[in-house]
Write a new protein. Structure first.
Length: 244
């Protein structure tokens, strides 16, 4: 395992949240869950937060409910009220990234450096309208030049790569996504340049195979060689011993 590497967990989300899931959340997470208007959205949030806690707990060797969240200062304004999330306790140098979409959840942990991950369940989209908002001119020309049936997948691939990079940088999708070129015409691993934020300007972005119906990507700093990735695909986390 190198400093440029990451552990990646693929976890199927349950269709509903359990009381065991809710019991793991802190007061702020429960309050956020209560703000969801639709029951299925609330259940997805609760299950996702429980998944994140269980995965990080096993990685850190603590109980899931013992993890205390904090934030690193926002790269844009310096505020620690809305910067990238971090683990405040137990003390650790590890960074993490989390994403969920539909029944899919991804957790990435980097031992000592920034990391970003994103997963999106593929679905029909108005690609032409979204391309103008989210894609660079080069990306838009490639995606819109494809047969209509292949455009949604190519757009989703570009989207998850952009999300992974901007999460790793710490600015999120609030930045100008049209200025982040992720080369959706190439599969596998690409080098992405992003000048937003104070971190590295070059990122290695790797497509992740999470199964049919979704696309995903992992972003790590640097451009030298293939990043070291240890991928794990878990069943329902509640079925695993010792991590409730």
């Amino acid at each position: 395992m190198t400093s440029a590497g990451a552990f990646v967990w693929t976890v199927p989300l349950p269709s509903s949240a359990s009381e065991n899931d809710l019991a793991l959340l802190d007061d702020a997470e429960r309050a956020r869950a209560d703000r969801y208007l639709r029951a299925r959205d609330r259940a997805s949030f609760v299950a996702g937060r429980a998944v994140l806690r269980r995965v990080l707990a096993e990685h850190l060797g603590v109980g899931p409910a013992a993890i205390v969240w904090g934030r690193t200062p926002c790269p844009g304004c310096g505020s620690d009220r809305h910067g990238p999330p971090r683990i405040a306790d137990p003390p650790t140098s590890a960074a993490f990234s989390f994403s969920r979409s539909g029944p899919y959840a991804l957790v990435a942990v980097s031992p000592s450096g920034p990391v970003g991950v994103d997963v999106e369940a593929t679905r029909p989209l108005d690609v032409r309208e979204l391309a103008a908002q989210c894609l660079s001119p080069k990306e838009a020309a490639y995606v819109l030049g494809l047969p209509a049936g292949k455009r949604p997948e190519a757009f989703h691939r570009a989207w998850v790569r952009k999300e992974a990079v901007t999460k790793a940088v710490g600015v999120g999708i609030a930045t100008d996504l049209t200025a982040v070129d992720v080369s959706p015409d190439r599969l596998g691993t690409v080098v992405v340049h992003c000048d937003a934020g104070p971190g590295p300007s070059s990122w290695t972005v790797t497509d992740l195979d999470v199964g049919a119906g979704a696309v995903a990507a992992l972003a790590l700093p640097g451009t030298r060689g293939q990043p070291a990735i240890r991928a794990r695909c878990w069943g329902t986390l509640e079925s695993r011993k010792g991590i409730r």
